[in-house]
Design a protein around this ligand. Structure first.
Ligand code: ADP
Length: 494
């Protein structure tokens, strides 16, 4: 792997570090701030207003007022749709600066932020703008002289809590459907990555979004996040993050006002490579499935199951591919992997690597820090990984590939499903029957066949088991943000 070099100056300046409440950038009530960092160096890049319960209260009041008194839910659906479209166009116009800010605060390669994350955000808002004026209820036949109709109404004030691994995409998955359905929002960003959501929220107001419809509170989980999850005047909660925190917010929601909760949580996704697979393609895809975004993907293909007949060749090629991976300053052209997000994640990944070595998995390459500053980790491959090892069970969230051997389809299906998670899975085979058998048997919210990490605004995403509750994106996300009201009227002359 290439060694990290001197950091390049990011081509963007930081304009917004305050909370966004009722259409205005304001300090937190306490006046407190917290530092946000550049993962390339660990240096502070800005001080950001730190929201607490009092700020969440202010933001919820603004969202409540914008919902109850309008203009947002009272605007025509077409007008709301136009604002979403204008916002997407403004993001597209500024996408180079926004991608630079994302890379600066998160460490992901600039080319990936600019060429994947930004276009996906734009596409998603175009997609949900299309839904805004196509949401309607039904008329229902009933036994009796009644006229029965259902109204699909926005649910109210949505509280949304997002993580740091895809700050903008998570913003889009949450905000797009909620606004399309006519809700108002209080969004809490991850404490590691507060900057890009503030930047794009400013553009939303330029696009004509009325004040109070989208409020953004930066801050920490146990303070700002918990205040949002337990707020009595928040009507719906959507959360993406770890399974442990998902349990906490679900409990806070239940103990407060029973707001419905959607959760998108962790994973330990299997990637199954059958004996008839094209090995070179499988190697490349399995590499991408795990190492993409520094391994910081909830759906990362983190258990690579390889059929014993092709195991040796696959292993040799997977190792060679990992050793060729270009790691370095994420602003540099051609860099495939930047630093991990922060020292906590960096230390956690290194602990898992040590655990792999101690449990006698074979370290094929990598295994340590890269360079001497920032949070860079060498692309790491373990072979001879057994199901009961910690590295095969826990979500590592880093550039560590675990390769396991199998010899029977029925057996590998059982092993793939023997996890508390069920977010995603990959199957690699040239046999249609094998693809069908495996994809139907896997307990996972997404199964990618001969591909991986294919995301689209229209494709639903979410988890079985402890990977979550509910689905985001596509038509499925709309239900999360709508109430159904049945209106029943007697018919005088049926
Ligand atoms: P990670 O371990 O990937 O940082 P977390 O689940 O801790 O994942 O964080 C995801 C989001 O949840 C972040 O915005 C974080 O601030 C928030 N969060 C963390 N703890 C809590 C909590 N106790 N209540 C509400 N939100 C929380």
């Amino acid at each position: 792997a290439a060694v990290a070099e001197e950091p390049i100056t990011p081509p963007v300046q930081i304009d917004h570090t305050q909370l966004l409440i009722n259409g205005e950038f304001v300090d937190s009530a306490s006046g407190k701030t917290f530092p946000t960092y550049d993962p390339r160096t660990g240096e502070v890049i800005a001080q950001v207003a730190e929201g607490h319960a009092e700020d969440i209260n202010r933001a919820v009041s603004a969202a409540r007022k914008a919902f109850d008194e309008g203009p947002w839910p009272k605007m025509t659906a077409y007008e709301r749709s136009r604002i979403l479209l204008r916002f997407a166009d403004l993001v597209e116009k500024h996408s180079n600066e926004i991608a630079a800010l994302e890379t600066w605060n998160n460490g992901k390669p600039y080319e990936q932020a600019a060429m994947a994350e930004l276009p996906m955000l734009v596409r998603l808002f175009h997609y949900y703008a299309g839904w805004a004026d196509k949401i309607h209820g039904l008329t229902c036949p009933a036994d009796g002289p009644y006229h029965v109709q259902t109204l699909h109404e926005p649910i109210g004030v949505a509280g949304q809590i997002i993580p740091w691994n895809f700050p903008l995409l998570m913003f889009a998955w949450k905000v797009g459907p909620a606004l399309a359905c006519g809700n108002t929002i209080v969004l809490k960003t991850a404490e590691q990555t507060p900057l890009t959501a503030l930047y794009v929220a400013k553009l939303f107001h330029e696009a004509g979004l009325p004040p109070g419809v989208l409020n953004i509170v930066s801050g920490f989980g146990p303070t700002a996040g918990a205040a949002l999850a337990s707020h009595m005047d928040v009507d719906k909660l959507a959360f993406t993050g770890s399974t442990d925190t998902g349990k906490i917010v679900l409990e806070l929601a239940a103990k407060s006002n029973l707001k419905p909760v959607t959760l998108e949580l962790g994973g330990k996704s299997p990637f199954i490579i059958c004996e008839d697979a094209d090995i070179d393609n499988a190697v490349e895809l399995a590499h991408f499935a795990l190492f993409f975004n520094q391994g910081q993907c909830c759906c990362a293909g983190s258990r690579t199951f390889v059929h014993e007949r092709i195991y040796d060749e696959f292993l040799e090629k997977a190792k060679a591919r990992a050793m060729k991976r270009v790691v370095g300053d994420p602003f540099k052209k051609g860099v495939e992997q930047g630093p991990q997000i922060d020292s906590e994640q960096f230390e956690k990944v290194l602990r898992y690597i040590r655990s792999g070595i101690e449990s006698n998995a074979t370290l094929e390459c990598g295994g340590g820090r890269l360079g001497s500053k920032g949070f860079y980790i060498q692309p790491t491959v373990f072979s001879n990984v057994q199901d009961d090892m910690l590295i095969a069970q826990d979500e590592i969230f880093g550039p560590v590939q675990s390769i396991l051997k199998f010899n029977d389809i029925g057996d590998v299906i059982k092993r793939a499903n023997a996890t508390r998670y069920g977010l995603a899975a990959g199957v690699f085979t040239s046999n249609l029957d094998t693809a069908n058998t495996i994809s139907r048997a896997l307990k996972a919210g997404t199964v990618w066949v001969n591909c991986f990490d294919v995301f689209d605004a229209a494709i639903p995403f979410g988890g079985y088991k402890m990977s979550g509750i509910g689905r985001e994106k596509g038509i499925y996300s709309l239900n999360n943000y709508l109430q159904v009201k049945a209106v029943v009227t007697p018919l005088k002359n049926p």
